[in-house]
Design a protein around this ligand. Structure first.
Ligand code: NAP
Length: 344
């Protein structure tokens, strides 16, 4: 029997997940949708020819007897409330980032999940499902380069809109590095500092761009992460890990090379959807498969959502203070110690 899924929030990523579950992946079907904009929800049912009911709100969708699992793809401030309701109803829930907009909100979800006694929550940090990052993880776990010492990474976008503000560089953009890097090196963050290089002429007046975030882990690894969201030339994700015995680097997305007119060239992607489209597929398939095969979700946990919130808070503080700021995590609950987060 297919996993019957309800979707809360039928905007951009909600539609993408509906499309992949309906037309690409196996084992799941969309049976319910809701959105604050009810017409948009109706439209999605028509556009994707879904055999799904449109509910007036998340309460009624979550309560529906034929909904086994919920995708929360509404805007960030609405996530916490929908996730808490889903846990209380003992339903599986996949939540796009952020899990909640505050660390306290993430802790409320963590505590509710612990009370439920089994893993119901998966957070949408899809980089852990990207084949390049999975290869980096395998190399590190197999000690191919010995102990990791430093990580150099970059998150570059061609351009951002007028409503993109300086704090979004960490809260919306760097958050993906924040999640994937502690998972890669199996370490917790100790402190963060933000440095502003010379500002790009391509950045709007209100935005500080580029930025460099220097992160130290408890184990002593130093990470320097560049965020440059008006780089013009493409969407470019770089990650190089320097170890005691060698260096490993994230592979470039596959692209044919062209020899022409005295030049040797390859394409650079221009948008993030194409860069991580395969990772999204694997991520959502894992959500469906884990529930059906093990009766529990796997992948990034509510605790990982909490780590992301505490770390981005510290980064925002560091943006304002110019100082090194501590990443003050509470002690990891026993409940989350047992879950392996190594992806297939
Ligand atoms: P979006 O296009 O604005 O979609 C959000 C949708 O949710 C809109 O249709 C919005 O309606 C609706 N909505 C807002 N509050 C709601 C509520 N309380 N109940 C039901 N529906 C509600 O945004 P998006 O780009 O899809 O992003 C959605 C979430 O996914 C964000 O948290 C974002 O950070 C995350 N995201 C993650 C990734 C990733 O790489 N993992 C990528 C993209 C997005 P209105 O338009 O009427 O407000």
């Amino acid at each position: 029997m297919k996993l019957r899924i309800g979707v809360i929030g039928t905007g951009a990523i909600g539609k993408e997940h509906i499309n992949r579950i309906t037309n690409k992946l196996a084992g799941g079907e969309i049976v319910a949708v809701t959105d604050v904009n009810q017409e948009a929800a109706q439209q999605v049912v028509a556009d994707y020819s879904l055999n799904a009911k449109v509910y007036p709100d998340d309460d009624s969708l979550i309560a529906a007897e034929n909904v086994d699992a919920v995708l929360v793809t509404s805007w960030g401030p609405a996530h916490e409330s929908s996730v808490l309701k889903a846990i209380k109803a003992n339903k599986y829930v996949f939540c796009e980032k952020p899990l909640a907009t505050t660390a306290e909100g993430c802790m409320r979800i963590v505590n509710e999940e612990i009370k439920a006694g089994k893993r119901l929550v998966q957070v949408g940090f899809m980089r852990r499902y990207d084949s390049g990052y999975v290869q980096l993880k395998e190399a590190l776990d197999n000690h191919v380069i010995g102990e990791p010492l430093m990580i150099h990474c970059a998150h570059r976008n061609p351009a951002v809109g007028e409503n993109y503000t300086t704090d979004m560089a960490v809260v919306d953009t760097l958050v993906h590095e924040i999640d994937v890097l502690h998972w890669l090196v199996n370490d917790d963050y100790e402190s963060v500092q933000v440095i502003y290089p010379k500002k790009s002429k391509n950045a709007l007046p209100h935005l500080k761009d580029p930025q460099i975030v220097v992160v130290e882990t408890k184990g002593g690894i130093v990470i320097n992460a560049e965020i440059y969201v008006n780089c013009k030339y493409g969407y470019d994700i770089q990650c190089e890990i320097v170890g005691e015995d060698g260096i490993i680097k994230l592979p470039e997305p596959a692209s044919i090379s062209v020899r022409k007119d005295g030049k040797f060239s390859t394409d650079i992607l221009m948008d993030w959807q194409r860069r991580f489209v395969d990772a999204y597929d694997v991520e959502i398939q894992d959500f469906i498969d884990s529930i059906q095969q093990k009766g529990e979700v796997s992948g990034p946990t509510a605790w990982d959502g909490y780590i992301a919130a505490v770390t981005t808070d510290a980064c925002v503080k560091a943006q304002e203070s110019g100082q090194k700021e501590p990443v003050a995590l509470q002690e990891k609950p026993e409940f989350y110690q047992s879950f392996t987060t190594v992806q297939k």
